[in-house]
Design a protein around this ligand. Structure first.
Ligand SMILES: [Ca+2]
Ligand SMILES: [Ca+2]
Length: 388
């Protein structure tokens, strides 16, 4: 296991390959206007207008300069960056950690505002763009996770449809079906399949205008008809095919009985929970906010947690655009969280670990310091990260 220091006292980022050769040693200068620093971060570009490909060290430098500026304008810019889709999630995480570390009222209020904004993403997801990151300009942080359009077809009514692969790991990924809205924008995609062992090369149209045929090299692996993909037996807004992959009940509009239909429920398999240890729940949510709600993907997050502090009682996690599912097993192709351990240090301080299982033998995670300030828990420092 490789353990990396992430303390803000001596910031070391865990993302691999941060250095950008072209801009190395060519940092922004202190006189750079706030608006320019913000623009670089939001657009994912360097000062030369070059699109940053790979982890965005330039954006992190610009972010650090915004913190150094210590002006209300810079504070406002940092908050606005948090509430912008498409910003490199690593930069967003660093902003939240730095805000918590500094702990001023303005910064803590900004984190609270970000949380409220993020919680609306399930209801109003940003436009889907093919051939970029999952939900906008990815900044390349996740390496392979650029969507790839495998094929397009037009149905008898003239509507254009596309089948999109979202690679997730060397052995996993998800397939999504989406329809064209115009202006290179696409509808919120429907999850139609996941868990692949090898990426297919193409999807071709076959057997009429409504069916995608997906091939691995020469072998036909599977077909998908558009009417089948759209069928929603219980009318809850979540098509049968998606319900099958998520494990929700395709014949029951509200699988977990919490009053929210499956198609609108960000936690469709979390039944109403009776009051429990509210501090523990709030600390776990704070870690989830930093590490997961900063992403704008919709790849389902699967919680199959066997934490050192016992099997936590299911709770709803908010702020992520895709569904969050409790499961008894790891689900290939999804974002698997296998650890959310809280260790109380005092009544107002705790350490929390959030761990991810990338593949059978691969894992990574982070540990954070949480502090209760004015009756609310904030992550105030990153204590380290690991990968194995
Ligand atoms: Ca349904
Ligand atoms: Ca529900």
């Amino acid at each position: 296991m490789l353990y990396l220091a992430l303390s803000l006292a001596g910031v070391v980022c865990v993302a691999a390959g941060l250095a950008q050769a072209e801009d190395a040693g060519d940092k922004p200068v202190a006189t750079t206007p706030v608006s320019t620093l913000k623009q670089w971060i939001v657009e994912g570009t360097s000062k030369r207008g070059k699109k940053i490909d790979g982890a965005n060290q330039w954006g992190i430098w610009a972010m650090e300069d915004l913190f150094k500026a210590r002006t209300p304008e810079a504070t406002e810019a940092l908050k606005e960056i948090l509430m912008t889709y498409g910003v490199d999630p690593v930069v967003k995480r660093r902003i939240i950690l730095s805000m918590g570390y500094r702990g001023t009222k303005e910064f803590l209020d900004s984190i609270t505002e970000f949380e409220a904004w993020a919680r609306k993403t399930s209801e109003n997801p940003p436009a889907f763009r093919i051939d970029t990151g999952a939900y906008g300009n990815n900044g390349g942080v996740l390496g392979e996770s650029y969507n790839r359009c495998l094929g397009e077809c037009t149905d008898p009514s003239g509507k254009r449809w596309a089948l999109v692969l979202h690679p997730f790991s060397p052995t996993g990924g998800t397939f999504w079906m989406t329809s064209a809205l115009g202006n290179d924008q696409w509808s919120g995609p429907i999850l139609v399949r996941t868990g692949i062992q090898e990426y297919p090369k193409t999807a071709t149209l076959t057997g009429g205008p409504d069916t995608f045929e997906v091939r691995h090299a020469e072998d036909v692996k599977w077909t998908l008809s558009i009417p089948t993909a759209l069928k929603d037996s219980d009318g809850d807004g979540s098509p049968d095919i998606r319900e099958e992959w998520l494990g929700t009940d395709a014949q029951k509009p509200d699988s977990d009985g919490d009053g929210v239909p499956d198609g609108k429920d960000g936690n469709p398999l979390t039944p109403p929970v009776r009051p429990g240890n509210e501090d523990l729940k709030a600390i776990r949510q704070a870690a989830f906010t930093v590490r997961v709600a900063t992403q704008w993907e919709r790849v389902p997050v699967v919680l199959w947690i066997h934490s050192q502090d016992g099997n936590p009682e299911p709770q709803e996690f908010l702020g992520y655009g895709g569904p969050v599912l409790w499961s008894t097993e790891r689900l290939e192709g999804f974002i698997n969280v296998n650890d959310l351990t809280v260790k109380m240090l005092s009544e107002t301080e705790a350490k929390v670990r959030i761990g991810f299982s990338q593949a059978m033998c691969l894992g990574s995670g982070e540990e954070y310091l949480a502090r209760k300030i004015d009756d609310k828990w904030f992550i105030v420092d990153g204590c380290g990260g690991w990968s194995e």
